[in-house]
Ligand binder design. Structure first.
Ligand code: GDP
Ligand code: MG
Length: 630
């Protein structure tokens, strides 16, 4: 295609052609479209998905031609793969006296377009830069903004056509690539999907239609468009009419049929306006399709009308979601802004006070966190309690295993000394008990480390919240938390190890022991173990006694440990750790002339804060408009 070939056709975008969509807009739907337009002009698009129309279909099915006819903006088109990147065509209606104005944006590039006739050239250049010269495709979006008195306020998205086979120079999976790209766009609830199918192919096998149905199960936002009625296979016209009448593949939104400019029209420089007249004449004179025009199913103007109505319905239906979306976004941005705070003052004395406040607040928060006073930052104590329960469960399990440990034979060969049957050997009892307790030591230390990790993580998280935007302050807090965690965990470990050394001394108050063994006996006898009842051999009776002693003492010692380890964690790691962190953070204030370093903000925080503030005010304005519209 020679550049400049369609000069005549393109210039009409400059103004003489009354836009079809626009006429409809003026009459029926102005308020609705105005709302969306005013939201768009607020610049909330980056935050909110606003209604748009996307076209999908096979390569060369006529997608770009349809968009072009609807918008009055000439787009690159032809045979083979022409649309190689998603092209978002944002149209903005401006006052009649204002000039046509275009802007193209992609990647980092942003260029002004002064002439409508240049649009096509710019798009081609953009595609070459993004997807390479040739036949490659890309997910990267080209955004084309056209301001003109003759366009509707509407966003149209032109997508690459579905290719069945890769041509030379294209990757094998080009079909997949394109389909994924299309899916990304048509899945959005805010988009009306136009499925474009030429009259001369079998609609039942159209992949685009299937894809649209997949993402829009009830067909609420899918519209079928048949193109190239002039190329219909002779003899299949009635099938086409039946499709349009929704008798073949049912679509809730139905179908429209349009005739756009063919290759010959383009070569002959038929303008878009002339093309509309030709289209009208074509349908009027057609023996089969004439009726479709009368019924309002055929021609670009009828498609435009249909689309407008659909769009308005769609907008009205999406408003509640839009409101939710706005609300969510405001909350999100508010939260982000809160995290950044207001920024430090510039005056030296004020800065000192600001830092003091910040640190005091942090130490208070840390204290509240560790005492469970303030549950806003997650309930640390409840997480720890779970760990403690876990520890108790472990002790119980270990006890069960220990109780069922030996059979009579094993006892006889391994543990019986010189004593006569009926005597329980205290040394054996003591040794077995010590062995068992020893097995609890490493798990106890492990639990301690896990708990100390949990505490450290919670503290770090809190400091991240408290010192957002102050990297130096955050770094210092993190370093301190790390060091304190290490030293407290060491102290705690040595306490636990000492405890286990003491536990090697088998001891409890006499009274406690006798009470306990009494309980065990009652429990065991209730179990009515037939073996114990018969006392076939004396050693069995002895073993039974020994088991009772072991069980009873384990119960006492495991209860002691079940409390002791959590106590060490709560005292040494949580309480002492918190106090030390508080002390060290407050000490930062005493180190002179430290404020500038500590209060150094992230380099771009000011910009971030300003962006958030203006974003929120835009969103609030949008919210006001949407609410008052309802
Ligand atoms: P896309 O690849 O789906 O975007 O298809 P295009 O819009 O680029 O159109 C492919 C070719 O079909 C172009 O040469 C168009 O001129 C031609 N074309 C589009 N609509 C019609 C039509 O209604 N009749 C005829 N004869 N040709 C058409
Ligand atoms: Mg195209």
């Amino acid at each position: 295609m020679e550049p400049g070939e369609f000069e005549g056709a393109r210039h009409e975008t400059a103004g003489q052609r009354p836009n079809i969509l626009n006429e409809q807009y003026e009459e029926k739907v102005r308020p609705c479209i105005d709302l969306i337009d005013s939201l768009r002009s607020l610049g909330v698009e980056q935050d909110l998905a606003l209604p748009a129309i996307a076209v999908i279909g096979d390569q060369s099915s006529g997608k770009s031609s349809v968009l072009e006819a609807l918008s009055g903006v000439a787009l690159p088109r032809g045979s083979g793969i022409v649309t190689r990147c998603p092209l978002e065509l944002k149209m903005k209606k401006i006052q009649t006296e204002d000039e046509w104005y275009g802007k193209i944006k992609y990647k980092e590039v942003q260029r002004e377009i002064l002439q409508p006739s240049e649009v096509e050239k710019f798009i081609r250049e953009a595609q070459d830069q993004i997807a390479g010269v040739g036949v490659g495709i890309s997910q990267e979006l080209i955004s084309l903004e056209i301001s003109s008195p003759d366009v509707p306020d509407l966003t149209l998205i032109d997508l690459p056509g579905i290719a069945r086979v890769a041509v030379k120079g294209q990757p094998e999976n080009i079909g997949e690539q394109i389909k994924n790209l299309i899916k990304k766009f048509i899945t959005k609830q805010e988009t009306i999907n136009l499925v474009v199918v030429p009259c001369n192919v079998d609609i039942a096998t159209t992949e685009a239609l299937q894809m649209a149905q997949e993402v829009d199960l009830h067909g609420e936002r899918t519209l079928g468009i048949l193109t190239k009625p002039d190329l219909v296979d002779k003899g299949t016209e009635e099938t086409v009419v039946r499709i349009i009448h929704n008798e073949v593949i049912d679509l809730a939104k139905g179908y429209r049929i349009v005739k756009c400019r063919g290759q010959k029209d383009i070569t002959d420089r038929v303008s878009l306006t002339e093309a509309l007249d030709k289209e009208k004449a074509f349908f009027e004179g057609h023996s089969h399709f004439g009726v479709l025009l009368k019924e309002g199913y055929a021609s670009i103007p009828h498609l435009a009308e249909k689309l407008t109505l659909e769009l308005v319905q769609h907008i009205e239906k999406s408003l509640p979601q839009l409101e939710d979306q706005i609300e969510r976004k405001i909350a999100e941005n508010d939260a982000a802004l809160k995290k950044y705070g207001e920024g430090p003052p510039t005056d030296a004395a004020d800065r000192k006070a600001f830092l003091t406040n910040k640190l005091t607040k942090f130490t208070q928060d840390i204290m509240n966190l560790s005492t469970g006073e303030d549950l806003r930052n997650g309930n640390l104590l409840s997480t720890l309690r779970e760990e403690f329960r876990d520890w108790k469960k472990f002790l119980d399990c270990s006890g069960l295993k220990f109780n069922n440990r030996f059979e009579t034979e094993e006892y006889e060969t391994m543990y019986r000394g010189r004593e006569l049957p009926g005597f329980v050997n205290y040394k054996t009892f003591e040794m077995l008990m010590q062995e068992q307790i020893e097995q609890l030591e490493e798990p106890a230390v492990k639990k301690l480390k896990e708990a100390s990790d949990i505490v450290r993580r919670a503290f770090v998280e809190l400091s991240q919240q408290s010192f957002t935007g102050y990297p130096n302050l955050l770094k210092i807090a993190k370093t301190k938390i790390e060091a304190i965690k290490q030293s407290q965990a060491d102290t705690a470990e040595s306490i636990v190890r000492t405890q286990f050394k003491m536990e090697k001394i088998v001891y409890t108050q006499d009274r406690r022991y006798t009470d306990n063994i009494q309980c065990v006996k009652v429990e065991e006898e209730k179990k009515e173990n037939p073996h114990w009842q018969v006392y076939r051999r004396d050693t069995e009776a002895t073993l039974r006694d020994l088991q009772w002693h072991l069980k009873s003492y384990y119960r006492i010692t495991s209860q002691r440990l079940a409390d002791q380890i959590p106590l060490v964690i709560r005292y040494q790691i949580l309480q002492e750790g918190t106090l030390q962190l508080q002390r060290e953070m407050i000490q930062l204030l005493q180190e002179n002339d430290n404020e500038d370093h500590l209060l150094k903000e992230e380099f771009d925080i000011g910009t971030k804060r300003n962006n958030l503030v203006s974003r929120i005010s835009r969103l609030k304005e949008a919210q006001k408009r949407v609410t008052s519209f309802n």
